[in-house]
Design a protein around this ligand. Structure first.
Ligand SMILES: CC(C)(COP(=O)(O)OP(=O)(O)OC[C@H]1O[C@@H](n2cnc3c(N)ncnc32)[C@H](O)[C@@H]1OP(=O)(O)O)[C@@H](O)C(=O)NCCC(=O)NCCS
Length: 316
């Protein structure tokens, strides 16, 4: 129905417009993207190595982008994230489901053959819990469903109060990660212990290679914990928070998150929202974020395929 081909840089505005239409609908929402044109524009600009080098599009007879699948590759962790697939099927099409799946399969074929993905066999998909087609697509292509996660957000007065609260604790709270090799090593060790399935390596984290700002809290015995996050077009993103197991439930986590938000605001300017993704069942993390005023925003499910599953694609 659509002409499927590798993307070119000229496809990016059309792809951005399609994504903004789809992201507004839970049944089509993909966890890697925001919802506004501004957010999506920034996200596509940050895709490695470049958006067009790892993307496929489907265009209709008028040349309008109606389908897209992009891939973001990190060779250091040997993993790639598939952003999509997004397929726009005309309302009332008699074979809507089949068109969606056939188009999505064709997009995947093109993307898997791009040089960007050469040698990468660890792939992830990530979508709204109500994006059932993504779940079906994942299952047909041999991706295992992972645990669900929840996105919590902090806005308005609660965000302002989290930012202002720490200003009243000068000198004794968390500080920005500096050059001290001991603290850097301790942050890396805690990161690796707390996040065995991490998507950012300890080196990338402490060196800021993936754009993280890191704050740390130390006590007489060394590192108590750290928080790491980055700035997005419209929000502060809290990516990792970890506290030494012997130091938990004493408010360190909360203090680190507040410090991180304040540091991000000081460095990059204000944003209207902070967001954090929490694995379903991580009650301590959920308690920490809700105590700061974060509210449940949406639920997402990840799917992962670590080896090409020969014969996993079944007809339907
Ligand atoms: C999540 C984490 C950072 C919290 O650190 P912390 O210093 O204990 O955080 P805080 O003390 O500010 O808040 C934790 C809250 O959870 C509560 N809590 C602890 N364990 C809990 C559990 N199993 N179930 C429910 N609540 C729990 C604490 O009592 C505390 O709430 P309270 O102050 O109202 O009593 C820490 O548990 C951790 O490092 N976990 C491993 C890494 C991780 O999962 N990070 C989060 C993902 S980004």
């Amino acid at each position: 129905m659509y002409a499927i081909r590798a993307a070119t840089p000229a496809d990016r505005p059309g792809a951005t417009a399609l994504l903004a239409r789809a992201q507004a609908v839970p049944e089509q929402h993909v966890g890697y993207h925001g919802v506004t044109v501004e957010e999506i524009t920034a996200e596509l600009a940050a895709v490695r190595p470049t958006w067009a080098s790892g993307a496929a599009v489907g265009v209709d007879g008028d040349g309008v982008v109606r389908a897209v699948l992009s891939v973001d590759v990190d060779r250091e962790v040997g993993r790639a994230w598939l952003y999509g697939p997004f397929v726009e099927v005309p309302d009332g099409h008699p074979a809507e489901r089949q068109v969606w799946h056939n188009t999505a399969d064709d997009l995947l074929d093109v993307v898997l053959r791009t040089p960007a993905l050469a040698g990468i066999t660890d792939l992830e998909l990530y979508g709204h819990r109500r994006n059932r087609r993504l779940g079906d697509f994942a299952a047909r292509h041999g991706f295992a469903a992972g645990s669900a996660s929840r996105v919590f957000t902090l806005t308005g007065a609660a965000l302002r109060s989290a930012l202002v609260g720490l200003a009243e604790e000068p000198g004794c709270g968390p500080v920005r990660l500096g050059k001290d090799p001991l603290v850097r090593r301790q942050v890396g060790d805690l990161h690796e212990r707390c996040f065995p399935n991490r998507t950012v390596s300890a080196r990338q984290l402490v060196e800021g290679a993936r754009g993280h700002t890191v704050v740390t809290l130390t006590g007489v015995d060394g590192l108590i914990g750290y928080a790491a996050g980055f700035i997005q077009e419209e929000e502060f993103s809290v990516d990792y928070v970890a506290v030494d197991p012997n130091m938990r439930s004493a408010g360190a986590g909360r203090s680190l998150v507040r410090a991180l938000l304040r540091e991000l605001a000081a460095e990059h300017g204000a944003r209207g929202r902070a967001a954090a993704v929490i694995a379903l069942g991580n009650d301590a993390s959920e308690r920490m974020f809700t105590a700061l005023g974060f509210d449940l925003h949406l639920e997402l499910v990840g799917y992962r395929r670590q080896e090409p599953a020969a014969g996993a694609v079944v007809g339907w």
